[in-house]
Design a protein around this ligand. Structure first.
Ligand SMILES: Cc1cc2nc3c(=O)[nH]c(=O)nc-3n(C[C@H](O)[C@H](O)[C@H](O)COP(=O)(O)OP(=O)(O)OC[C@H]3O[C@@H](n4cnc5c(N)ncnc54)[C@H](O)[C@@H]3O)c2cc1C
Ligand code: SF4
Length: 400
């Protein structure tokens, strides 16, 4: 059977690879903006600052477009210039929102080209309203873990994200995270009894040993600007594996607009617009899988429905997750140097239990290492020189 898959994000590529492995033919339709080649892939973050001709353009952009200016609503993390393409061209899909900040991607590989690699299986409590249980999707979690490489251990957080097969040993823990974990271990019974608080190693899609042509994390410290050795997984790795199948075709530069069905409701064709403009393209469809991300998929579906019925069905809600950033200092690290040659994202996770599993609070603890420091420095209530000095003495102790 021929399957048309729209989108090359995490959902699209894993569906496509599974379909190919089962003998189907897959045609992938994708806007698919491409990432640029990594510069000096063997250099660490600090080496890159010294060896690049124009490090300022690399880290902040030729027109300083990655600089976070002071003002209300400022972020602690800005996206570096080479990640901007992940969100480019999607403004129209995010035009008017209240109370939430949607992110949409037209990148080859989708939003995971900018993700932080946290991969946490749902528990039965969280899946209560889904038509399948944890036990039923466990083999799929294991298959994906085998494909992408996931580090994790069975520790205090196992009740909240259960351990499954194909987990790799954890990455080397950075000094800050190691201290925090040791401190937690000293008072874990009390924290659990009084607050329902647990801490453990995060579950991350980064290789701690070479696998499938990808290298183990070499602690280059460049995770934020894009891992140059592909140790941190992105869907481009799975797309590469799809391309190895002769029954796979990739058609980039096409934006699916709507599909049409016959009188019995069987979808027959997909209308796409070339991303650079021009005549629409009609793709014949036997089976259609929309994996264009939540909002872009919603748009294709709603437009198709409207064309067929003349009615716009009301959306009853989107599943989103509320995020809160909480900066804090680890006082035992004040005055110590920060280590840029380490993994840059969360190495620890925390959980706050609640009676209702849907009220469980999941937290990730990220040490501030090679992220741009100017959004924080400029928010300190001192002159620039004092703010820089104050920040430097607490840099290694800062966390989110
Ligand atoms: C900064 C950041 C950090 C994140 N961290 C994590 C994390 O740690 N853990 C986690 O689980 N999740 C994380 N996420 C979320 C995760 O990246 C997304 O949930 C995931 O990428 C969604 O995958 P998807 O395949 O559904 O869609 P997307 O990744 O959105 O991919 C959409 C694909 O569809 C294509 N497309 C879109 N519209 C069309 C169209 N009309 N026609 C043709 N092609 C189209 C695009 O080119 C793209 O290839 C993070 C996201 C961001 C932005
Ligand atoms: S530290 Fe980050 S950028 Fe460096 S190899 Fe590891 S995952 Fe890649």
């Amino acid at each position: 059977m021929k399957v048309v898959v729209v989108g090359s994000g995490a959902s699209g590529v894993h569906f496509a690879l599974s379909a190919l492995e089962r003998g189907h033919t897959v045609e992938m339709i994708d806007v698919g903006r491409e990432r640029s080649e990594p510069v000096r892939p063997d250099d660490t973050f600090e080496e890159l600052k010294r060896t690049l001709d124009d490090p300022v353009a690399h880290f902040l952009g030729r027109d300083f477009e990655a600089v976070t200016l002071p003002g209300p609503g400022g972020e602690y993390y800005g996206f570096p210039p080479n990640k901007r393409y992940v969100f480019e061209g999607t403004e129209a899909l995010r035009a008017s929102t209240r109370g939430f900040a949607p992110l949409v991607s037209f990148a080859q590989g989708g939003l995971c080209e900018a993700w932080t690699g946290g991969v946490f299986p749902f528990t039965n409590g969280e899946l209560a309203e889904f038509p399948f249980s944890y036990e039923e999707i466990l083999p799929r979690y294991e298959l994906v873990a085998e494909r992408i490489g996931i580090c994790g251990v069975e520790d205090d957080l196992a009740p909240w994200f259960p351990a499954h097969r194909h987990l790799l040993p954890p990455l080397d823990i950075d000094e800050h995270s190691g201290r925090l974990l040791a401190r937690y271990r000293g008072c874990r019974e009390r924290l659990l009894r009084e607050l329902g608080f647990r801490m453990g190693r995060s579950r991350i899609a980064t290789l701690s040993r070479d696998s499938g042509g990808r290298k183990a994390c070499g602690y280059l410290g460049r995770c934020l600007t894009g891992c140059p050795t592909d140790s941190l997984y992105t869907p481009l790795d799975t797309l590469r594996r799809c391309r190895e199948h002769s029954r796979f075709t990739y058609r980039g530069g096409l934006r699916a607009r709507h599909f049409e069905a016959d009188a019995d409701g069987r979808i027959e064709r997909l209308t796409c617009d070339p991303a650079d403009g021009g005549e629409s393209v009609i793709v014949p469809v036997e089976r259609l899988v929309l994996a264009a991300g939540t909002l872009a998929t919603g748009k294709v579906f709603l437009e198709s429905w409207y064309r067929r019925t003349g009615e716009m069905p009301p959306l009853t809600g989107l599943m989103d997750n509320r995020q809160i950033l909480m900066p804090f200092l680890n006082l035992s690290m004040v005055g110590r140097p920060h280590d840029p040659n380490s993994y840059q994202y969360h190495q620890l996770a925390i959980g706050l239990e609640a009676e209702d599993p849907l009220e469980y609070v999941h937290g990730l603890v990220t040490t501030l290492k090679t992220a741009s420091i100017h959004p924080i420095v400029q928010s300190l209530p001192f002159d620039l020189r004092t703010s820089l000095n104050v920040f430097r003495s607490v840099h290694a102790s800062a966390r989110l």
